[in-house]
Every structure is written in C-alpha cells, then in structure tokens.
Write a protein that binds this ligand. Structure first.
Ligand code: IPE
Ligand code: IPE
Ligand code: MG
Length: 231
C-alpha cells in the first residue's frame, strides 16, 4: 500500500526559542531547555500516533559550542535525563532512537547512554527518533566527502554516494522542516538533505510547540503542492 502523501514520511524540526521562552518569564535559559524537552515528548507522541516514520530534531549545532560552558554542560545533563526518562516510553511504543552528528566530541557518559538506548531500541519498527547532536550541514558534507575519498580511491562521487556517506544515511530526505521561534534561516542544518524539503516557520517558541501546533504544521504541509521541478 502507498503511504499517505499528505502525511510526511520524515519531519525535521529546528527546535528554537528555548532561551527567549525562559527569559520572558524571568528564568535562566536552562529552564527553557527543560521545558523544551516536554515539547519533544509531545511531538514524538503525535509522530507515533500518526505513524510518521522519521522525526529528526536539531538538538545541538556545531556552532552551539560557542555558548557558555555552563549552558553546554546543562544541555548534556538534560539530555541524559531525557534519555533515562524516555527509554521506557520508546520501548513500549516501538520507537527507534538514533543520533546523527559528531558524537565523538560528546562527553563519555553521554556517549554511553546514547549507545545503550540506540542498541536497546534498534529492533523497534515504529517511528525513528533522530537526535541531530553536534551536527552541522557543512560538517556532514565534508565528513562524507572525506570518508568516500578514503574508501574509494580514484572514484568520482555520485549524488547517491553522497546520500549514503552522510550522517543521515538510510534516512529519507525530510519532507517537512519546521523551525520555531520566528527565525527564518537554516543555520547550517541539513544543507544537502533539504534540497526539496517544504519549509514551515512559526513564531511559536519551542517550549510552547506542542501537539496542536505540530498538527497545524502538518495541516499546512498537507496543502502544499510538491513538484520536484516537474509540471
Ligand atoms: C534552541 O533554543 C535550543 C538549542 C539551540 C540548544 P535556543 O537556546 O537557541 O533559544 P534562543 O534562540 O536563544 O531563544
Ligand atoms: C539552531 O538554533 C540550532 C539548534 C536548534 C540546535 P540556534 O539558536 O543555534 O541558531 P541561530 O544562532 O539563531 O542561527
Ligand atoms: Mg536560538
């Protein structure tokens, strides 16, 4: 049976606006990140309900290393907390967990937690949740090109080769990219993979982006006409 074209196969989200959400309430930025984790749960639940095959989330960019050490460490401990808290939900709901990005630079305790949940959910056949961690589009293209050249000396690279050497190898290109918080830019995200992705921007800050807001984005997507250069 053909998949319903109105429901995207792969939704990717640039989860933005946590800091502003917290600041506007007189809280530290980390409070916004913590509340943002609740939005992750809400969106994952809807993705599972609607049988969206892939939900990828931009959680930390290569450029985010430029933030204060305290915020970065806070993000890592929140992430560990998230993994520990959400693993039972993922197992019960057949969610497969994956990370794409330069994982080697992450603290060891986090790499271990990531490895464990990835292995524990590897056989899940429902929604795949992909956390884009220490990721950037330029990093991805360069690592893919370098790895290809090393493994295939003297061979020209095709675009299919690029697809299969990117960190998102095996995952179809996003059908829909959502960015919250009113910023309308790609911020060095999936540069190659978004060649024909539909973009949806909303002023809503990430901690306020829950099921109804996700449904709105999906509704907008269902009305788009995708032509891929054809008539
Ligand atoms: C997005 O929210 C989360 C990460 C980049 C980790 P921000 O932290 O960028 O929040 P704003 O954009 O400063 O409000
Ligand atoms: C993009 O948000 C990165 C993530 C959501 C992880 P940023 O807040 O870092 O992007 P800019 O600086 O506004 O472009
Ligand atoms: Mg931001």
């Amino acid at each position: 049976m053909e998949a319903n074209p109105k429901i995207p196969q792969h939704v990717t989200i640039i989860m933005d606006g946590n800091g502003r959400w917290a600041k506007s309430r007189g809280h530290e930025r980390l409070v916004g990140h913590k509340e943002g984790a609740e939005s992750v749960r809400a969106c994952l639940e809807l993705a599972v309900e609607l049988k969206i095959k892939y939900l990828s989330l931009f959680a930390f960019s290569t450029e985010n290393w430029g933030r204060p050490e305290q915020e970065i460490q806070g993000l890592w401990s929140l992430l560990l907390e998230y993994i520990n808290k959400e693993t039972p939900y993922m197992l019960e709901n057949h969610v497969r967990f994956m990370v794409a990005g330069n994982v080697e630079q992450l603290p060891e305790y986090l790499r271990i937690a990531i490895r464990d949940v990835t292995e524990a959910t590897a056989a899940s056949d429902g929604t795949t949740l992909v956390l884009m961690l220490n990721y950037s589009g330029k990093w991805d293209i360069v690592q893919a090109a370098n790895r290809f050249a090393q493994e295939n000396p003297g061979r020209q690279m095709s675009w299919e080769d690029m697809d299969s050497y990117l960190a998102t190898s095996g995952i179809p290109d996003p059908d829909l990219l959502i960015r919250t918080s009113g910023e309308e830019r790609i911020s060095n995200y999936m540069l190659w993979q978004t060649a024909y992705t539909e973009f949806y921007f909303t002023d809503i800050l990430w901690p306020d982006f829950r099921k109804p807001e996700f449904r709105c984005a999906l509704e907008a997507y269902s009305k788009r006409e995708r032509r891929f250069g054809k008539l």
